[in-house]
Design a binder for this molecule. Structure first.
Ligand SMILES: O=C(O)CCC(=O)C(=O)O
Ligand SMILES: [Fe+2]
Length: 299
């Protein structure tokens, strides 16, 4: 079992800005991931209140265009439901993943309607925050497009348990992504569509992921067995430090706000949702390309 490095910084540091001034932060993505100047940011009003209200009403209606790609956990654990599938933990051929990604992109256009194009909106925010580098969806080995996001639904009492993004890059399902991206760190991003009455906060721990054996290689594929081993270590590690209180910062972004943070490095969770209104977010991950001449985003 490897031990965690507890960072010397007193807390994780997030900027809090409005979407109208993103142009003033042209090195934000580099500063979070590559330079480690700060750890994340909240970008307010990326989507208008009108847009988020309309999207949530549509998701709750009977003619929900995402109905065919609604996935609920089929076991007794109150973790998230999703619209669309994330690449995390999928079989490495990604067949089902790419099929669902195509449906998600189409449904996402219907969901946001003429108001705005979701992909264009997030790409323009990301582009401003990395000095105008090209921002793209990764293209799969057979020309398939990765999904830009998944929609995550946490009904009352549901939560996202503590985890860290860099563990996912070691999964066999990331074998292809690892050929395109700089795996040294990944960002998480999400936009709040519906905020719960209470709870459902993003809690970021001042505890950093430490590289394990399987992740030392940059391009080699990780086998299912190697991955199972890192998962066992991971569970032990999470258990060992989570038994004692850890320093953390909790964020409760509002509908329309985007959160962008170094979820690759910092252990984090979403606390249990309190009240009848579900927490609904749309998001995924970002990484620099291997040459740092562009940014990829996907879920
Ligand atoms: O709230 C969400 O959509 C996901 C939170 C999270 O774990 C992440 O963004 O990495
Ligand atoms: Fe996460």
């Amino acid at each position: 079992m490897s031990s965690n490095t507890i960072s010397e910084k007193p807390v994780v540091h997030f900027l809090d800005i409005n979407a109208s001034v993103v142009e003033n932060y042209p090195s934000a993505l580099q500063d979070i991931v590559l330079n480690r100047r700060f750890d994340g940011m909240i970008v307010r009003d990326v989507l208008s209140q009108d847009t988020v209200e309309r999207v949530v009403r549509h998701l709750e209606s009977d003619d929900n265009c995402m109905k065919s790609i609604h996935f609920k956990p089929n076991y007794h654990v109150k973790v998230l439901e999703t619209y669309g599938l994330s690449v995390v933990g999928k079989p490495p051929d990604l067949k089902e993943y790419f099929a669902i990604a195509a449906v998600f992109r189409q449904a996402c256009r219907t969901l946001f309607q003429e108001n705005l194009d979701f992909e264009e909106r997030v790409e323009s925010i990301f582009r401003s925050l990395c000095g105008g580098l090209p921002v793209k969806l990764p293209i799969g080995p057979e020309g398939q497009t990765y999904t830009p996001a998944t929609i995550r639904v946490l009904p009352e009492g549901y939560q996202i348990p503590v985890h860290v993004g860099n563990d996912f890059r070691d999964m066999p399902s990331s074998n292809h992504l690892r050929t395109l991206i700089d795996i040294s760190d990944q960002l998480s991003y999400f936009i709040v569509l519906s905020a719960p009455e209470a709870g459902g906060e993003l809690e970021v721990y001042n505890v950093e992921w430490t590289p394990k054996k399987a992740s030392n290689s940059t391009t080699t594929s990780v086998s299912e067995t190697d991955y199972a081993l890192t998962q066992d270590n991971y569970m032990l590690e999470v258990k060992s430090w989570f038994q004692s209180p850890q320093e953390s910062v909790a964020f409760a972004p509002r509908p329309g706000d985007m959160v962008l943070f170094n979820g690759g490095t910092y252990y984090h969770r979403v606390t249990p949702v309190v009240g009848h209104r579900p927490r609904i977010t749309i998001g995924g991950f970002l990484s620099f390309s291997k040459e740092h001449d562009g940014v990829y985003y996907w879920s």
